[in-house]
Design a protein around this ligand. Structure first.
Ligand code: FES
Length: 147
């Protein structure tokens, strides 16, 4: 009888650690992305007339003290995000008005989804900060810090 546990041989050990590493990679690939921040404070502020942004169009502009990206998804659905890139803080722009094309950061080419603000390509990992919006009396309002 032996007094010691049998240690795994080299092949068994390598197979076990390889499987664990594969499982860790699979888990990280399946886990949801980072949570999106929502801008708080400030007030709903007139950004632009509803007629100046047709469904499917986007614009990058200053509203109050904030640089924002606004995308009009449909007749009565508008999204707004901080234009400050979550990678290193450059101002993200609207490269193409095609609704399916992303917002693009000019510094290192991170791409952000217009409907969610999620980082979908490039070095940025976090989504753009969301700003609350409203449509009122023919205006698009965005919650920002006053100028
Ligand atoms: S600062 Fe936007 S991708 Fe680097």
């Amino acid at each position: 009888m032996s007094c010691c546990k049998k240690l795994p041989n080299r092949r068994t050990f390598l197979a076990a650690t390889g499987a664990a590493a594969t499982a860790a990679v699979a888990l990280s690939a399946c886990s949801p992305g980072p949570e999106q921040d929502t801008f708080s404070g400030g007030a709903l502020t007139k950004a632009l007339a509803l007629d100046d942004l047709q469904p499917g169009e986007s614009v990058q502009m200053a509203v109050g003290a904030n640089q924002v990206l606004i995308h009009r998804e449909s007749q009565d659905v508008v999204h707004a995000y901080s234009a400050v890139c979550t990678h290193q803080g450059c101002i993200v722009g609207v490269k193409d008005h095609d609704a399916s094309s992303p917002f693009v950061c000019p510094c290192h080419a991170s791409n952000f989804d217009k409907l969610t603000g999620d980082a979908i390509a490039g070095p940025a990992q976090r989504p753009l900060t969301r700003h609350e919006t409203a449509i009122e009396d023919g205006w698009i309002l965005v919650q920002v810090e006053p100028a």
